[in-house]
Design a protein. Structure first.
Length: 389
């Protein structure tokens, strides 16, 4: 048990053993499943945890509550890493009522067995946008956040402690430690999980803009208490698809290493000009990190080998993923490699077709297998021209 304030207690669990969050995102420092309790005149539990963390969470509940029982549970988000223990906790506290919105209860039968739904009708407390719910000294108010990142998501504001329970928003990979790096872990979390839904994030940011928020309690990562304007500004930048960092991102996918050599040359030439760069090998790096970086920078150079009359699969995977996550507002330069029928540039352009405000610099550069003096000169010209854009 960890006290966040006199009234707010933390009962979440840090999962250090998970390898892939949501079966796709590497989590080298693990992830937390955050759950909270408000100890007002009425006791309110916020969310449960993933099944992986059930024993630790139930023990934490017992230690925190003692002989007390929660009056309500707020379901901020029904995704299984937060709702998997809902059935257990409802059986443990049979008099506890469930606070959720209409969509919460529409989706709930998908996560609760039919026999366990019996009797739940009398336990439902259905709230809607802006509703205020008194729990004693303080009030809870509710703000719908559909598609951030499921349709039933909602945030809750507790006025006495000026605390926003933000569901997955403002969460990050890693532990509950507030000293742990936030920006890199939160950007990768946001872009890969919520990035497609920028307009919906903008909508909820607008809704909560007038609240006096002194603390943000997310469902993943640390409680945020200092310089909240910084975190909100990051979410504003990310959800508007704006350039976060000046400089150029270099991404390459090379079969035998020759395209990688071209990427290293391009990267070094950029740095000679004083340009901030980051370079990633798409055949070996964490793809979710490369995707996050693509949203971070306004300029990207893509270098890839031709493959089966298309493009080498790691680059194809990257481009399909960033397009699915709604990448936009980028300037892109393209370098292809091909021994007899170069096809990577054409395929990369096709994969980016339909993205919003993507400007591809022409002409692209074609390498025939290995770097030669003429292609080195063309790469230098590409760097010169791209820096000026």
């Amino acid at each position: 048990m960890e006290a966040i304030t006199d009234k707010i207690k933390y009962v979440g669990v840090y999962d250090q053993d998970i390898d892939l969050f949501e079966s796709q995102y590497v989590a080298p420092k693990g992830i937390t499943y955050n759950s909270y309790i408000i100890m007002d005149e009425k006791i309110v539990l916020f969310d449960t945890v993933d099944e992986r963390a059930t024993p630790e969470w139930l023990e934490s509940l017992d230690l925190t509550l003692g002989d007390k029982k929660p009056d309500y549970i707020v379901v901020s988000h029904l995704e299984p890493d937060h709702s998997k223990n809902l059935k257990r906790v409802l059986k443990k506290y049979p008099d506890m009522k469930i606070i959720g919105n209409a969509m919460t209860f529409n989706l709930l039968p998908q996560f609760i067995d039919e026999e366990d739904m019996v009797g739940l009708e009398n336990k439902k407390v259905v709230v809607k946008e802006g509703d205020i719910f008194n729990i004693g000294e303080g009030n809870l108010s509710f703000y719908m956040a559909p598609m951030v990142h499921w349709p039933e998501v909602m945030m809750t504001y507790y006025d006495v402690e000026k605390t926003l329970f933000s569901a997955d928003a403002f969460g990050r990979f890693g532990s509950f430690d507030p000293q742990e790096e936030w920006v890199e872990n939160a950007r990768r979390f946001y872009i890969n999980i919520v990035g497609k839904y920028g307009p919906q994030v903008q909508a909820i940011l607008s809704k909560i803009a007038g609240l006096d928020i002194q603390r943000i309690c997310s469902l993943h990562g640390a409680v945020l208490e200092d310089n909240l304007a910084f975190y909100i500004d990051k979410y504003n930048t990310w959800s508007k698809y704006e350039t976060e960092s000046e400089g150029i991102l270099v991404l390459h996918a090379s079969i035998h290493g020759n395209t990688a050599k071209a990427a290293e040359l391009v990267n070094s030439k950029l740095q000679e000009k004083g340009v901030q760069t980051e370079i990633y090998d798409l055949t070996r790096c964490d793809m979710s990190q490369a995707i996050a970086k693509a949203f971070q920078y306004g300029k990207i150079i893509l270098l890839a080998s031709s493959y089966n009359m298309g493009v080498f699969p790691p680059m194809e995977e990257f481009l399909r993923l960033v397009k699915a996550k709604n990448i936009q507002n980028k300037k892109i330069a393209i370098v292809e490699n091909g021994t007899w029928a170069p096809s990577a540039a054409r395929t990369m352009k096709e994969l980016l077709d339909g993205c919003t405000n993507i400007s591809i610099m022409e002409p692209h550069v074609t390498i025939k297998s290995t770097l030669k003096p003429d292609t080195i000169e063309k790469l230098e010209e590409l760097v010169e021209n791209f820096v000026k854009q």
